[in-house]
Design a protein around this ligand. Structure first.
Ligand SMILES: Cc1ncc(C[n+]2csc(CCOP(=O)(O)OP(=O)(O)O)c2C)c(N)n1
Ligand SMILES: [Mg+2]
Length: 340
């Protein structure tokens, strides 16, 4: 994956403040440390069921959240912890949901793939591949219907991009000019199947052209490039011009889920990506070479983040398991939501 350095990205880079770089660094590191801890808790048997880590893909969601505004919505797949952290959901509630405890975002009844936050406009966490794509268009439809200028980010993978419902959604979204950004997180693999084995089309975003939807490819290991592309997509949607597609080229370092034997790629491939393209290292180098921060400053940030993550892990162990009575709650809606 060659680094993309177009004029827009270069301009964005020249103007970027130390404060902004530090913010991206912190948020990406928070996701990485949280996921490392989740991996440990899984290994200790404290997390059951499925657990899909986001390590390596941090710049995608951090860059796009930097382009979003209050009230914008997001919906994604089962690889969802990073999206929740980046939109401001409490790490304690996320970790406690992973361990199936009462203090979790779904009271311990949803687990890794099924968490929601009305307050942060996070609509899940979906285990059925591509199911969140039409849901994302539905969220955008609601905003258009209500006449506000909110935008929805509907995230899905390269594997999901081969699902038929994605294209039915593209057609309706463009026909109705829905304010939805389709974010294809192309991490090059769908479980053990590489993109090269699943499709002959060289680009996934270009499939939108058939429906009249514009889009572009973005270097997903470069948080500033992602943010710049996100701002362009958001402006398009807010101007009432309909949907936009971002194919964000990224890479996951860990297995598909915690139970992946990882026989479909070499260790060298993963190591090369870590050594040459890591999104956190790139920002770290910019901070150090630009003299925006010292090694000690960055160590202090890491310590702070580790403390927050450890606190979340402690909470997720101490919070009790849900009471048996909870088996019968949260099944049917008791009230019909009136607002967006
Ligand atoms: C409809 C459906 N088919 C198959 C599966 C099994 N499955 C779970 S994840 C996955 C791969 C999806 O890959 P991708 O969309 O690239 O997302 P990534 O895991 O890389 O984030 C598959 C086939 C499923 N959950 N739902
Ligand atoms: Mg994938």
């Amino acid at each position: 994956m060659p680094p993309k350095k177009d004029a827009e990205t270069a301009a964005n880079r020249a103007n970027v403040s130390a404060e902004e770089l530090l913010g991206h660094y912190r948020e990406m590191l928070m996701i990485r440390r949280f996921e490392e801890k989740a991996g440990q808790l899984y290994g200790m048997g404290l997390i059951g069921g499925f657990c899909h880590l986001y390590i390596g893909q941090e710049a995608v969601v951090v860059g796009l959240e930097a382009a979003a505004s209050e009230g914008d919505k997001r919906v994604t797949s089962y690889r969802d912890h990073g999206h929740m952290l980046a939109c401001g959901m409490d790490p304690k509630g996320i970790m406690a949901e992973l361990t199936g405890r009462e203090g979790g975002f779904s009271k311990g009844k949803g687990g890794s793939m099924h968490m929601f936050s009305k307050e942060k406009h996070f609509y899940g966490g979906h285990g059925i591949v591509a199911a969140q794509v039409p849901l994302g268009a539905g969220l955008a439809f609601a905003d258009k219907y209500l006449g506000n200028d909110r935008v929805t980010f509907a995230y899905f993978g390269d594997g999901a991009a081969n699902q038929g419902q994605v294209y039915e959604t593209y057609n309706m979204a463009e026909l109705w000019d829905l304010p939805v950004i389709f974010v294809i997180e192309n991490n090059q693999y769908a479980m053990g199947t590489s993109v090269k084995r699943s499709t002959k089309s060289p680009s996934l975003w270009e499939r939108g052209v058939a429906y009249g939807i514009p889009g572009e490819e973005v270097d997903g290991m470069d948080v500033l490039a992602v943010k710049a592309a996100g701002e362009k997509a958001v402006a398009h949607c807010r101007a009432g011009k309909g949907p936009y597609i971002l194919e964000v080229k990224t890479y996951r370092y860990r297995g598909h889920s915690m139970s992946d034997p990882a026989k479909y790629r070499t260790r060298e491939e993963v190591q090369k990506m870590r050594d040459e393209r890591d999104p956190i290292e790139q920002i770290r180098n910019m901070l150090l070479t630009g003299k925006h921060a010292t090694e000690d400053d960055l160590k202090a940030i890491d310590r702070d983040i580790k403390a927050i993550v450890n606190e979340a892990a402690e909470f997720s162990k101490e919070s009790p398991e849900p009471h048996l009575d909870e088996l019968w709650t949260d099944i049917y809606a008791t009230e019909v939501p009136q607002e967006a």
